[in-house]
Design a protein around this ligand. Structure first.
Ligand code: GLY
Ligand code: MN
Ligand code: MN
Length: 469
């Protein structure tokens, strides 16, 4: 945990944000449900416990079956959980009391978990608002349904947009203590990728490389920040199959990150030539993606919208694809009509913090879009998770990529979706190319940006080849 003042200050700020607008006595309560254990096969064999990120942000207690209520009218905070009994101690050993855990988070009041029911029921019967965020885990949804007296299917519809927006506004801007944790997670991510790069050998199975890199995260952190993507079929964006033999002349996309012990994430992607050297054809496309990554980084500073960074990066991508005669025509028109989506059918990046896609559970549009921004329906731009104007303290990923997806190319060709900009004849020789993605993590600073972590993973053609020699 961070020191208690961090949590105290965060909750104070949250209460301040929730105080505006409502009359005294009608602000209601904010209800936080921490995660429970999730059985894998049976009750006593659970998935590794991962606490809810918003709970971690405001309370820091990394234990299952905790909940909390902040009374927004009285300013009273209470944590609800059960102390262990002898039956638990036999299996888990002695545990700190709930009251002492609450005090570590700066919360003075605690009560048994079961007492939550009466507190929520009293608020509801007094007609007071009960604010909560949309739950992701099934347990949390069922718990909220029982507290609210509705069916689980009705819970999401009752969520508090005001509370969600208040939380988003805080978690989007990282505090120094969080930036330190993200730098730490990036150091682990750097080491993961270094181990992976050193493990690439012709003839081994991809899974062996995955095992070596995941070992780093387990040895020094909590684990992966998301299931590792490592594949010689990088044209499949989230390929989690690792069963192929490493073959010569292929491109291997490695998209992986670490979650450190404080649960902050890193998320890096590199694309390596399995033989240690790129072919000229690979180099041509690789260089475009590398240029796009460098451009995106150079554009990031307070005041620019990340949507603008995405669009200007797509402009460069199309310009360089045009130089290879893969597309033809006016660049502005190509960007406007969304031709880049054929090559990069995803957004340029996303927020990162306690979650690798930070706060995605709170709603992508509430997190990544301002009230005055609308999400595009175009392939690629429509998947942009972060469109907002950047402010110091934002942490985002830059992850341009170029993918040759035969089924998608065939579909666009049949439907003439490219508006005549694509040279399909030239594209034919790229059907077996695969894909390339290059991803760094970036902190927006007062006057620009810096990469997070101890150093940048090798990214230029020369540095990648030298590092594999
Ligand atoms: N974890 C996939 C990505 O967003 O980079
Ligand atoms: Mn990634
Ligand atoms: Mn990412």
């Amino acid at each position: 945990m961070f020191e208690k003042s961090i949590y105290v200050e965060r909750r104070k700020a949250l209460m301040g944000k929730m105080s505006t607008g409502a009359a005294e006595g009608m602000r209601g309560i904010a209800l936080f449900i921490g995660n429970a254990e999730a059985p894998a096969q049976y009750r006593d064999n659970c998935y590794k416990f991962r606490q809810d990120s918003t709970w971690l942000y405001y309370f820091g207690i990394d234990e299952p079956l905790f909940a909390a209520v902040i009374d927004l009218d009285e300013g009273k905070e209470t944590i609800f959980a059960d102390d262990v009994e002898i039956g638990d101690i036999i299996w888990m050993g002695p545990q700190p009391s709930v009251q002492s855990r609450a005090e570590n988070a700066g919360v003075m009041n605690s009560a048994p978990y079961g007492a939550l029911d009466g507190v929520v029921a009293a608020a509801l019967s007094a007609g007071r608002p009960v604010h909560f965020i949309k739950p992701t885990r099934y347990y949390n949804k069922i718990k909220l349904a029982s507290l609210l007296g509705c069916s689980p299917a009705e819970v999401d519809g009752k969520y508090s947009e005001a509370l969600t927006r208040a939380i988003v506004s805080m978690r989007l801007v990282k505090e120094q203590c969080e930036i330190d944790q993200i730098d730490n997670a990036c150091a682990l991510g750097y080491e993961m990728h270094t181990v992976a790069r050193n493990s690439v050998k012709l003839g081994i199975i991809e899974q062996e490389i995955v095992g070596a890199m995941v070992g780093v995260t387990l040895g020094k952190g909590w684990g992966e920040s998301f299931p590792t993507i490592l594949t010689q079929h990088g044209e499949t964006l989230h390929n989690h199959l690792h069963d192929k033999v490493v073959e010569p002349g292929k491109l291997m996309v490695i998209d992986a990150g670490a979650e450190n012990n404080m649960h902050y994430a890193s998320d890096f992607t590199r694309t390596l030539p399995t033989s240690g050297k790129f072919s000229q054809k690979q180099k041509d496309i690789y260089q475009i993606v590398c240029d796009c990554n460098n451009l995106a980084f150079s554009l990031i500073k307070p005041g620019i919208t990340y949507r603008e960074v995405h669009l200007r990066t797509m402009h460069l991508m199309l310009e360089e694809l045009r130089a290879l005669d893969i597309v033809r025509g006016n660049l502005d028109n190509m960007v406007e009509t969304g031709v880049a989506g054929l090559f990069m059918p995803h957004g340029l990046g996303h927020n990162m913090g306690l979650d690798v896609h930070d706060m995605e559970d709170l709603g992508e549009d509430l997190v990544g879009y301002d009230e005055d921004q609308k999400r595009s329906t175009q392939l690629g731009l429509g998947s942009l998770r972060m469109a907002r104007k950047l402010v110091p303290g934002n942490v985002i990923t830059n992850e341009p990529g170029i993918y040759f997806i035969p089924a998608l190319i065939d579909k666009w060709k049949a439907e003439k979706a490219d508006h005549g900009f694509v040279n399909y004849q030239r594209l034919e020789s790229y059907y077996n190319f695969g894909g390339i993605r290059l991803e760094d993590d970036v902190l927006v600073t007062a006057d620009g940006a810096r990469l997070t972590g101890p150093a940048r993973l090798p990214i230029s053609v020369k540095d990648v080849e030298d590092s594999m020699a």
